[in-house]
Write a protein that binds this ligand. Structure first.
Ligand code: MTE
Length: 329
């Protein structure tokens, strides 16, 4: 595959950076409102300057318990564009188990997250089933602000809370035979209300995704259990999802309940549906068009009341080339 040499992605114009202080102040403002018992009525979320009246039902889905963050990873505190409003990110989602539109946030509330277990299995020395408590006790939580880019060409900036995938690798110790990992998402056709068929094809539920082991071990690869300072809302893939900021969003499986280390490239949901449209590798690449549309530019959701899109050039590897380009030499 073609390697694209990037300018250092973190050398970004000062005017475009969302400073940490702005983010922290926004968060404090939000917490103050919740603390004052404003959580169940129409509330402005995330910042005086862009305060927006939101539907109270949406606010309830976003108002999850706060998470104690051990550190804010200094390498991932700023990006080259403003952070997306929580209320926009929380009502413009892809989660096909709950429907094929972007408006699944209400349907996704049917996801049962109590007593969640994640089985880590396959070619590892220490197979283990974790519950969420175990995960939080074993892996210190940190916060990272990442660019997020969907294969459909829309993009956002999201502050995630979680832990690097390499910490899980260290805990379970894959054997020498393990070359790939496969993530499986929750699925129960009695509860999930999404389609069984699309474009004449039976959808290969459950949703699965995968990585090469080297990709999983990369510094950027992350498991998120929260965003915007709170536990993950269901529409974002509660209670735990994969976040891979240099790849298209479909690689980041939501609501994971099984992680399997395997020796051959695993079958995955979108790749099984159409391998030309949804590469197993699928890195953000402006020079590799999707068969049905260009990837040269993206639609970045800008801040402000309502959905507004701003056209921007796509950055190779979504701007994270300095971390990941060497994986693809
Ligand atoms: N995971 C599951 N289980 N089901 C899905 O439909 N959609 C993917 C990814 N993970 C999806 C999924 C796609 S296409 C995208 S762009 C992102 O989730 C969207 O994440 P967000 O809704 O939190 O922005």
């Amino acid at each position: 595959m073609t390697i694209i040499h990037l300018p250092k992605s973190w050398n970004v114009p000062e005017r475009e950076v969302t400073p940490e202080t702005v983010f922290l102040n926004r968060r404090r403002f939000f917490k103050t409102l919740i603390g004052a018992g404003v959580g169940s009525t129409l509330i402005p979320i995330l910042g005086c300057e862009n305060a927006e009246k939101v539907n109270s039902k949406l606010a309830l889905t976003l108002n999850q318990a706060s998470l104690e963050i051990v550190k804010q990873n200094p390498a991932f505190l700023t990006v080259d564009r403003p952070m997306t409003e929580q209320t926009i990110a929380g009502q413009y989602n892809n989660y096909y188990e709950f429907g094929s539109t972007k408006s699944i946030w209400q349907a996704a509330q049917a996801l049962p997250t109590e007593d969640w277990k994640i089985e880590v299995t396959g070619l590892v020395k220490n197979p283990r089933t974790y519950d969420l408590d175990d995960l939080q006790k074993t892996f210190p939580l940190e916060e990272r602000i990442y660019r997020f880019r969907c294969v459909e060409a829309w993009s956002m900036v999201i502050p995630w809370i979680g832990f690097p995938m390499k910490s899980l690798i260290a805990a379970v110790e894959p054997t020498d035979k393990a070359k790939f990992v496969r993530f499986t998402s929750y699925y129960d056709s009695k509860i999930t209300s999404g389609p069984f068929w699309s474009l004449g094809r039976k959808l290969p539920w459950p949703y699965t995704e995968g990585l090469r082991l080297e990709e999983m071990a990369n510094e950027l690869a992350f498991f998120a259990i929260g965003n915007y300072g709170h536990k993950l809302p269901k529409q974002h893939g509660a209670p735990i999802r994969a976040v891979l900021p240099w790849k298209y969003g479909f690689k980041g499986a939501k609501s994971i309940n099984k992680i399997e280390f395997v020796d051959t490239e695993p079958a995955t949901f979108w790749n099984t549906i159409d391998s030309h449209e949804y590469d197993f590798e699928a890195n953000v690449n402006p020079n590799k068009p999707h068969p049905r549309w260009s990837q040269a530019t993206e639609k970045f959701v800008s801040t402000g009341p309502g959905l507004k899109w701003e056209k921007r050039p796509t950055l190779p590897y979504n701007g994270y080339g300095e971390y990941v380009a060497s994986l693809y030499v």
